[in-house]
Design a protein around this ligand. Structure first.
Ligand SMILES: NC(=O)c1ccc[n+]([C@@H]2O[C@H](COP(=O)([O-])OP(=O)(O)OC[C@H]3O[C@@H](n4cnc5c(N)ncnc54)[C@H](OP(=O)(O)O)[C@@H]3O)[C@@H](O)[C@H]2O)c1
Length: 250
C-alpha cells in the first residue's frame, strides 16, 4: 500500500493525544500532510504536535459533543481552507465485565463515544469532505467486533456498529465523491493494546490466537491508514480492512 497525494492534504485525526492516534499523526506528518488533531486533553495534543515537522492545528474536543466537533471542523477549515481526509480514531474500552452485570451507564458511555462519537465526527466532516471532491473518511473498528473476548459486550457492539456505519456512510456519500472505509486493528502493542502486551497471561491468550505470533506495531497499522486516506484509495468504499496478524485463523 502506498500513500500517493498525501503531501499538502489536510487530514483530521481524532484521538490523537496518545496511543495509535499519536502514531498516526507522526505517520501522516511523514507523508507531508497538514494535520488537525483532536482529543479531550489539549495539553497532551500539544506535546504530540510539538514534535511534528509539518503545519499542525490542535483542538481539545469530546467527540460525543456535536457542538464541539462542528466548531472544531469549522476552525480547521477556516485555518487551512479545506479538509480532505478524516481519521475517526477516538475510542474507549473501560473495564466492563459480564454483560448481565454491566452498568447501563457504562454501556451508554462506550456507545456514546465509540459509535455515536464516530457518527457525529462523520456528520461534522461531511460538508468539508464533499467540498474537497476527493474526501476520504476512515473509521476505526476492532478485531473484537468479530472475535469478542469475555466481558466486552458494549465495546464489541460499538465496533460492530462501526462496521455497519461504514457501509451505510459509503452508500450515502459515494455521490459526493467520498470514500468511506474502516480499519479493524488486531492487538497492537500501543494504546489500549499495551496492557495486553505487558501482561504475561493476557499476552499468551492473544498470541495463541494470532497467526503471525506477535502484537502489531502502530506504524504497521498506519500504513493502511495512509492508503485509505489517500488518492490511491480511489475504487474502494464501504470496506473493512483487518490488520490483525491473522487473529482467529486457527
Ligand atoms: N490498541 C489496540 O490494540 C486497538 C485494537 C483495536 C482497536 N483499537 C481502536 O483504536 C483506537 C485508538 O485506540 P488506542 O489503543 O490508541 O487507545 P488510547 O491510547 O486509549 O487512545 C485513545 C485516544 O482517544 C481519545 N479519546 C477518548 N475518548 C475521547 C472522547 N470522548 N473525545 C475525544 N477523544 C477521545 C484519547 O484522548 P483523550 O483522553 O485526551 O480524549 C486518546 O487520544 C480506538 O478506537 C480503539 O478502539 C485499538
Amino acid at each position: 500500500m502506498t500513500a500517493a497525494g498525501l503531501a499538502g492534504r489536510v487530514v483530521v485525526i481524532t484521538g490523537a493525544s496518545r496511543g495509535i492516534g499519536a502514531e498516526l499523526a507522526r505517520a501522516f506528518a511523514g507523508a507531508g500532510a497538514v494535520l488537525c488533531l483532536l482529543a479531550r486533553n489539549g495539553e497532551e495534543l500539544g506535546k504530540v504536535a510539538a514534535d511534528l515537522p509539518v503545519e499542525v492545528a490542535t483542538r481539545p474536543c469530546d467527540v460525543a459533543d456535536e457542538d464541539q466537533l462542528r466548531r472544531s471542523f469549522a476552525d480547521f477549515a477556516d485555518r487551512f481552507g479545506r479538509i480532505d481526509s478524516v481519521i475517526a480514531n477516538a475510542g474507549i474500552a473501560p473495564a466492563s465485565g459480564r454483560a448481565e452485570k454491566l452498568d447501563p451507564v457504562v454501556w451508554r458511555r462506550i456507545l456514546e463515544v465509540n459509535l455515536t462519537g464516530t457518527f457525529l465526527t462523520a456528520a461534522a466532516a461531511h460538508p468539508y469532505l464533499r467540498d474537497s471532491r476527493r474526501g476520504r473518511l476512515v473509521l476505526t473498528s476492532s478485531v473484537i467486533a468479530q472475535h469478542p473476548r469475555r466481558g466486552v459486550s458494549a465495546y464489541c457492539a460499538s465496533k460492530a456498529g462501526i462496521e455497519g456505519l461504514t457501509r451505510a456512510l459509503a452508500a450515502d456519500w459515494a455521490s459526493d465523491g467520498i470514500c468511506v472505509n474502516a480499519l479493524a486493528p488486531g492487538f497492537i502493542g500501543a494504546g489500549l493494546g499495551a496492557a495486553f502486551a505487558e501482561s504475561p497471561r493476557l499476552s499468551e491468550q492473544v498470541l495463541s490466537r494470532t497467526s503471525l505470533g506477535r502484537f502489531g506495531g502502530a506504524s504497521e497499522l498506519a500504513r493502511a491508514h495512509l492508503f485509505l486516506a489517500s488518492d490511491d484509495c480511489s475504487y474502494m468504499t464501504g470496506e473493512v480492512i483487518h490488520v490483525t496478524g491473522g487473529y482467529g485463523l486457527g
